[in-house]
Ligand binder design. Structure first.
Ligand SMILES: Cc1cc2nc3c(=O)[nH]c(=O)nc-3n(C[C@H](O)[C@H](O)[C@H](O)COP(=O)(O)OP(=O)(O)OC[C@H]3O[C@@H](n4cnc5c(N)ncnc54)[C@H](O)[C@@H]3O)c2cc1C
Length: 382
């Protein structure tokens, strides 16, 4: 009986959703990946198709157009993409944005944005990072000034996932620079036809080539005063902090699913590839390396599954979620490095999934809070 990486939280309904997601990814996403990688984005049609199939906002209540499920439903979809090394459609950022609306938006904001996001008509992005401030978000300079019935936004953001395709962007800005964290707010900016708003370059990255990561510019952009997330100024930092476990667990669990997919692909490869008259799978080094990787995945699975269950139960704290992000992304880097090595020269060729996964894995230790910031957060809880 071959080794299987079973989830403790799996059930029949989730298996059926997993099948639907896998069919969509294999039949519709994967064939377009090459073109999306060249172009630097996946295009709008695939988002709408995912929406049609009920694969977006699966953990948003049905009353707001979502699937009415919980984090396990989202996990299934993130995992199936990560297992195949398909990172172009950043459903994770889309889900994170939907959760900001759900947890912090006014009733009118939820009604307005969530159904359109679930249908894939509006792609979501969140813009925190600026050219001069990433880890230290207190240092952001984008400013929103109240002017009669509007806010006027000035500033620039960079490295924004889904930035090119986004129809709605949550922009973290200062509404009162004198107040520090209490002077930070999140503004909802609809991008369509918005005067003064400009998407800069789709950035040329080391990996995640099909994912649109962009610069954004705001030059006296006017948004209605009811565009403040939650309707109250100064809540931005608290809103950002309260959703961290959700965001960090997505990265940790995607890292683990990527390791699983890469391990399975490598196992098939080494059984096929011959050297010195036998499959390289028979060499002790290959068997030992794969045994080590399988052990890491098994141990990681136990921890990540527990985090998933805690998140669903509402008990996952930020330090534990940060451990999931830290451990997952660091292990992913180490594991992918070993699996590339087992592919020899083919492991350096972009046509191989493990090669693309290796390049994609590097940023997992950087975005969503760097590994160093995760250690800061965890050490504060010791
Ligand atoms: C592909 C990609 C997608 C991204 N998507 C988004 C997005 O959708 N939205 C968004 O807002 N941002 C996004 N980001 C930005 C990302 O979150 C930041 O790059 C990240 O938080 C690090 O910030 P920085 O780049 O400014 O690095 P810096 O903060 O300048 O850090 C540089 C180095 O200093 C270290 N460092 C900083 N502070 C400390 C400290 N206190 N102790 C120890 N070491 C420290 C860091 O760990 C790092 O090693 C994305 C980035 C990439 C590359």
């Amino acid at each position: 009986m071959p080794l299987q990486f079973k989830r403790s939280w799996a059930n029949e309904e989730l298996d059926s959703l997993r099948d639907t997601a896998a069919r969509f990814i294999d039949a519709e996403m994967a064939p377009q990946d090459e073109e999306a990688r060249r172009r630097g984005h996946v295009g709008h049609a695939i988002w709408r198709r995912a929406g049609e199939l009920g694969l977006l906002c699966t953990d948003i209540p049905e009353a707001y157009g979502g699937g009415g499920g919980d984090f396990r439903h989202e996990a299934v979809i993130h995992e199936e993409m990560a297992r195949r090394g398909l990172t172009g459609m950043s459903n994770s950022v889309h889900s994170i944005v939907a959760h900001y609306f759900l947890n912090h938006g006014t009733e009118a904001q939820k009604q307005k944005y969530l159904p359109a996001m679930a249908r894939g008509e509006l792609v979501g992005a969140i813009a925190m990072t600026e050219p001069g401030a990433g880890s230290d978000l207190q240092g952001i300079r984008t400013r929103a000034v109240r002017d009669r019935d509007a806010y006027v936004v000035d500033g620039s953001k960079t490295f924004i996932t889904n930035g090119y395709l986004a129809g709605v962007i949550l922009v973290v800005c200062k509404t009162d620079p004198a107040q520090g964290a209490r002077g930070t707010s999140i503004l909802i900016v609809e991008t369509e036809g918005r005067a003064g708003f400009k998407v800069g370059r789709v950035l040329d990255k080391m990996g995640m080539k099909a994912q649109d990561t962009s610069e954004l510019f705001f030059d006296a952009v006017r948004v209605p005063q009811d565009s403040l997330l939650g309707g109250q100024e100064g809540q931005g930092f608290f809103q950002l902090m309260s959703d961290l476990p959700y965001e960090r667990l997505i990265i940790g669990l995607s890292a683990l699913a990527c390791m699983e997919g890469a391990y399975e692909a490598t196992l098939a490869y080494v059984r096929e590839r011959q050297a010195f008259g036998k499959p390289i799978a028979e060499m002790q080094n290959t068997r030992f390396k794969l045994a080590e990787v399988a052990t890491q995945i098994m141990v990681g699975r136990a921890f990540i599954d527990r985090c998933v269950e805690q998140l669903v139960a509402g008990t996952l704290d930020t330090a534990t979620a940060s451990m999931a992000k830290l451990w997952g992304s660091e292990a992913q880097g180490r594991v992918l490095d070993e699996l590339v090595q087992l592919h020899g020269g083919y492991g350096f060729m972009n046509e191989y999934m493990v090669t693309r996964m290796y390049a994609d894995a590097r940023v997992q230790r950087i975005y969503g809070g760097t590994s160093e910031i995760m250690k800061e957060v965890i050490s504060r809880a010791l």
